[in-house]
Design a protein. Structure first.
Lengths: 427, 518, 168
């Protein structure tokens, strides 16, 4: 088992973020081919590649582009989602810093395919150094004529603006992201209308994740079939997996989809650290339901296998939990995050996550009762899917999985047999 | 007529207006879908999640009714157990951080949370952890007091200030359960409609400094009325009560929904105009310097009128059509002249493009319809030619300075029928108190030519005499309200019976009645 | 989150300096609506002053031509805008999942106990301020600390000590 280098092809090359170096290694080489194609053919090629949105939901990118209404007389916007704020997700950052021109080239391909002239890259505010690297690359691209009024000498204008977030996880939700670009609080919009019909400034808008966009140059260059050669039938291509938590070699690894989860953890990431035993695996970011070691044995890293195991591929952020993890404290950490990030719009999420947080703290303090565990579990059901967006579900789905799979640990806290003050320290 | 479609609610077929959202469409046939954030004047926001309903065979299985248009054949589920559970669950979550201080909350009795708790929840609280602490008794300006803890973050007040007044003073700041409504420091509510946020608030988060703690709402009698603050004539509800052994009192005015006139709102000065019904009232009749009973004073007036000589009646542009027509009839009988001069009631530039009008008179259109001269020249000529002037509750001090009035009435006999104490009446020989608009039934025509009728709201312990009755007793040929309407019905477009005027008013065809200037 | 509604008034008028003024004007050409400038303008303010005061929010609202309540909403919703001055060295420790699993608490405890820093507060000498923040997107090199915006990965107490010692 080894890594593939499609998206990460230039990551190891020194100064590949600089245009000169990037070009030497093939950056912008697809543009001649691109402008010789009809936009609809570009869309078809992407559809054929099977590329699925790499932001977490896994919706086929080409299909999404096909939802754009024709000839509305309004501009079509491209919003690039670089908010990557799902805990345990840290893949797009590498593209932004190590190969930003790959992203820009992808933006040109996507813009041309969907007929867009204005791109906003929404980058999370925490990415301080990354935003500088990205802006520098964009400036270089403008200077070199890859962006601006005549992209690569063609009669096609593309302007790219970096819009910086300022600390709000929810802005990774595509309509919250649009609200944030419009200067508002990042509060998700009700759908319909979908952004493809009425998105940014009320205009047709395509929102794609950085990694999705960065996959386009390869697909265009080598063709859909070459891309499909990686991965599985329904989950094609490669993905930048982030492996973190209790492993020997945490980090970002580009792998084809479909590899066995535990094998990846063992061979790529060096296995559970310190020779400890595995307690559980979070397969795709903190919002995905946890897998017990037993369950993890049969899981492969693709959308279908994850769904079959009642969890999700998510953002490809794998977190390994060793035997020492206090699950109750971990759940408190999770609820803390989602409560902190709730946009405050919908009643169930706004009020409910706060209640859940106070309950788990009560349990951690040893002041809880079995009824509190039941209530916590019930609240997961009461809150989930009653809201405009899925942020509340991003909290309740994993929390439910911990409650169901590690119930004795919670009970130990309320029956006072677990005197561990681990949770208390963190308030 | 709007397009109607048939759909099913809980399996029962109903016919509703197509395209309207489910709350309004189904609500129109009497089926309630609970909601907090949706308001027909402010549109759907979709944040409260109380209106989630099931659409059978539909995708997705749950939709917010406020954002879902009624469509033919739709199968809407409201009473299914899973929908009832959602309503219970959302109510529980609305209430966990709510102070439940109903005993000291002004909203009690007209609170959506209270009502919905009874309809959709009715469970013991399971909240065993500390509640979120937020701000109390925050003065937001314009007499609006805010309680952040009672607030359910529906955002109606915020949307009102952004969409309707376009002044945007309010915002929901922070996020998560720390979100709260606030003003930006130093930029409080500053618009002429601000108190509408008190009505809009479905809970007790927005209260009126004026009304707070004055009266429990269930003691209030609610009478429909028409605001006399300006020529818009907004439909209102007069909330009044007589406490044991006290004088009857108006506690507040609220907008009464009228799609033709004022929608859901009224301006703040109209809302506060009830104070003028309570303060500065003329209570005693007098003849010369001596207090007289109304009957005695009326006898004296009748004698004066019988003496002949040139008489001028001055009408008020605030008077009801009934009052105007009966005064006109008496004047015609006596060969007297009439003037409705009231230039000073018009404050140029004061109106706006929403509700407030330059003209502060409620029934100037009525004067015009009855052909009563309102010009200053006509007024001056009539007064100067008159031996006796009878002022029927026109606040002339609005139009003329004290000096001008003094000169005009120096050598002229003046009789005043007045609802309020006014300086001009010091010059009158005879003064008789009369009822003000909240104390009589009547009809007015607003600036859009819309005729509205309102019933008597307040009955004082010693009710002042109504002008129609007073003038009848002075010998007007029109002796009753019915007589008045027989006469009024001769005017184009006016009905013979005010009871036939719809609650939202009657748009008169006579375009002359409509002078739609700001 | 905690309540961020209380703004600090400096009592002095605020305006962009020349550099930020030019940047603001440049940015205004990149968006079809003025309100899109709210977040960028708040960033420019923070870049200029280190934090965002009440006067700056009013200035931004007026400069953009929008309601102060909207800028106030954004400033309190997005937690990276500092609504009070920070220490000269602003230390953000990631507290989320992967960093928590790999020992962020030891780092926080060190800062609390040895430097007497309290999350959300500035040290008495104004030198440090500490903030525990949500996921910084460096989970593969956890735990991570951000010092004045610069990332320091694979941290532990020893590395933190060395980092703090390297500061002047």
């Amino acid at each position: 088992m080894e890594e593939v280098k499609i998206l990460s092809a230039k990551f190891a090359i020194k100064d590949a973020h600089k245009l000169k170096v990037a070009k030497k290694h093939g950056a912008y080489a697809t543009l001649d081919k691109l402008f010789a194609m009809a936009p609809v053919d570009v869309i078809d090629e992407v559809k054929r590649s099977g590329l699925r949105g790499r932001g977490g939901a896994g919706f086929p990118a080409g299909v999404k582009w096909g939802f754009l209404p024709k000839d509305t007389g309004k501009p079509v916007y491209l919003a690039v989602n670089s908010d990557e704020s799902e805990p345990a997700t840290f893949k797009d950052r590498y593209i932004l810093v190590k190969d930003p021109h790959l992203l820009i080239e992808g933006i040109i391909i996507c813009s041309y395919a969907i007929g867009s002239h204005d791109t906003y890259i929404y980058i999370r505010g925490e990415y301080t150094t990354q935003v500088k690297a990205l802006q520098a690359a964009i400036d270089e691209a403008y200077k070199a004529g890859y962006l601006g009024d005549k992209v690569a000498g063609q009669d096609y204008r593309i302007d790219v603006t970096v819009h910086r977030g300022a600390g709000a996880y929810v802005c990774g939700e595509e309509t919250a992201l649009l609200e944030s670009i419009e200067g508002k609080k990042g509060q998700p919009r009700a759908k319909p209308p979908f952004p493809a019909v009425a998105g940014l400034y009320g205009c047709p808008t395509i929102i794609n994740n950085v990694q999705s966009i960065a996959s386009l140059p390869y697909i265009l260059d080598k063709g859909a079939d070459a891309y499909r050669a990686y991965g599985t039938e329904k989950s094609s291509g490669t993905h930048l997996f982030g492996i973190s938590g209790h492993v020997e070699r945490p980090g970002m690894y580009e792998l084809p989809l479909g590899l066995p989860l535990l094998e990846v953890i063992d061979t790529i990431a060096g296995g559970v650290w310190k020779g400890r035993k595995l307690k559980g695996v979070i397969p795709g970011g903190s919002s995905t339901p946890v897998l017990l070691p037993e369950e993890a044995k049969t899981v492969t890293l693709d959308y279908e296998s994850m769904a079959a195991h009642k969890t999700m591929f998510g953002s490809g952020g794998i977190v390994v939990l060793d035997e020492t993890v206090d699950i109750v404290a971990l759940v408190k950490n999770l609820i803390d995050f989602y409560h902190h990030e709730s946009c405050g719009q919908c009643t169930p999420c706004r009020e409910g996550l706060g209640w859940m947080l106070k309950l788990i703290k009560k349990i951690l303090r040893g002041e809880g009762s079995p009824a509190d565990i039941d209530l916590l579990r019930e609240l997961c059901d009461n809150i989930e899917m009653k809201t405009v967006c899925v942020l509340s579900a991003a909290c309740t789905m994993p929390v439910r999985s911990y409650l169901d799979k590690f119930r004795p640990e919670f009970e130990a806290y309320v029956t006072k047999t677990n005197a561990s003050p681990a949770g208390l320290q963190q308030e | 007529m709007a397009d109607m479609v048939k759909l099913f609610v809980n399996g029962v077929e109903v016919e509703v207006e197509a395209g309207k959202n489910l709350i309004d469409a189904i609500g129109a046939v009497g089926i309630e879908i609970p909601h907090l954030c949706y308001h027909p004047a402010l549109g759907a926001d979709g944040n409260c999640r109380m209106c989630l309903v099931g659409i059978e065979d539909g995708r997705p299985p749950l939709v917010p009714a406020c954002k879902t248009p009624a469509m033919a054949g739709m199968k809407v589920l409201l009473d299914a157990e899973h929908i009832r559970k959602i309503q219970r669950d959302v109510m529980e979550l609305e209430l966990i951080n709510h102070p439940t201080d109903c005993p000291v909350c002004d909203q009690a009795g007209e609170c959506r949370l209270q009502d919905y708790y009874m309809s959709y929840d009715r469970r013991q609280s399971r909240m065993t952890v500390p509640q979120v602490v937020k701000g109390k008794k925050m003065a937001f300006g314009c007499g609006v007091v805010h309680d952040q803890e009672r607030c359910v973050l529906c955002g109606r007040c915020v949307r009102f200030c952004r969409q309707i007044t376009k002044t945007g003073e309010l915002g929901i700041i922070n996020r998560s359960d720390d979100a709260r409504v606030n003003i930006f420091p130093g930029r409080p509510l500053h618009n002429r409609y601000a108190l509408n946020v008190v009505d809009l608030c479905p809970v007790g988060a927005m209260t009126s400094a004026d009304f707070r703690f004055q009266q429990r709402v269930w003691f209030l009698k609610k009478s429909p009325g028409v605001c006399h603050g300006c020529a818009r004539g907004c439909s209102i509800t007069v909330d009044h009560n007589r406490e044991k052994e006290q004088e009857a009192r108006i506690y507040r005015l609220r907008p009464r929904h009228n799609p033709l006139v004022n929608g859901y709102f009224i301006c703040d000065s109209g809302r506060m105009s009830y104070k003028a019904e309570e303060e500065g009232r003329l209570n005693e009749a007098r003849h010369g310097r001596l207090a007289r009973s109304v009957d005695q004073a009326l006898l004296a007036v009748a004698e004066d009128l019988a003496q002949g000589g040139k008489i001028t009646f001055i009408l008020s542009p605030d008077s009801s059509l009934e009052q105007m027509v009966t005064i006109r009839a008496l004047a015609e009988k006596l060969g007297a002249t009439l003037s409705g001069f009231s230039d000073g009631w018009i404050i140029p530039g004061d109106g706006d493009d929403f509700l407030i009008r330059d003209d502060k008179a409620a029934n100037r259109a009525g004067l015009e319809l009855l052909g009563i001269d309102c010009s200053r020249t006509g007024f001056t000529a009539a007064v100067e030619a008159a031996d006796l002037v009878v002022n029927c509750n026109n606040d002339l001090g609005r139009s003329l300075s004290a000096e001008e009035l003094g000169q005009l009435f120096q050598s002229r006999r003046l009789i005043s029928f007045a609802s309020h104490r006014r300086e001009i009446d010091n010059q009158a020989e005879i003064v008789i108190p009369v009822a003000s608009w909240s104390e009589y039934a009547g009809s007015v025509i607003n600036c859009q030519g819309i005729l509205q009728h309102f019933p008597r709201a307040v009955v004082r312990n010693q009710p002042p005499m109504e002008l129609v009755e007073l003038i009848a007793r002075l010998g007007s040929p029109l002796q009753s309200e019915a007589d008045c309407w027989q006469e009024l019905a001769r005017l184009p477009g006016l009905p013979a019976d005010p009871a036939t005027i719809p609650t939202e008013g009657l748009q008169l065809n006579d375009n002359e009645a409509a002078h739609d200037q700001p | 989150m905690s309540d961020r509604s209380e703004l600090i008034s400096t009592g002095k008028p605020f305006s962009f300096d020349k550099k930020r003024d030019a940047a603001f004007e440049q940015l205004s050409k990149r968006y079809p609506t003025r309100e899109s400038l709210i977040l960028p303008a708040l960033w420019l303010t923070q870049e200029q002053e280190g934090w965002v005061c009440q006067e700056a929010i009013a200035y931004i609202a007026d400069r953009i031509g929008t309601f102060a309540s909207k800028v106030y909403e954004a400033a309190t919703f997005y937690t990276m805008y500092h609504l009070r001055p920070t220490g000269r060295y602003h230390i953000c420790v990631c507290r989320t999942l992967s960093c928590w699993l790999r020992g962020k608490q030891e780092i926080v405890d060190y800062l609390r106990n040895e430097l007497s820093l309290t999350p959300g507060m500035v040290s008495e000498d104004g030198r440090y301020s500490l903030e525990e923040v949500e996921c910084l997107g460096h989970c593969g090199s956890a735990p991570v600390v951000q010092l004045n915006g610069e990332f320091h990965e694979d941290m532990d107490v020893e590395k933190l000590k060395a980092l703090l010692a390297s500061l002047q």
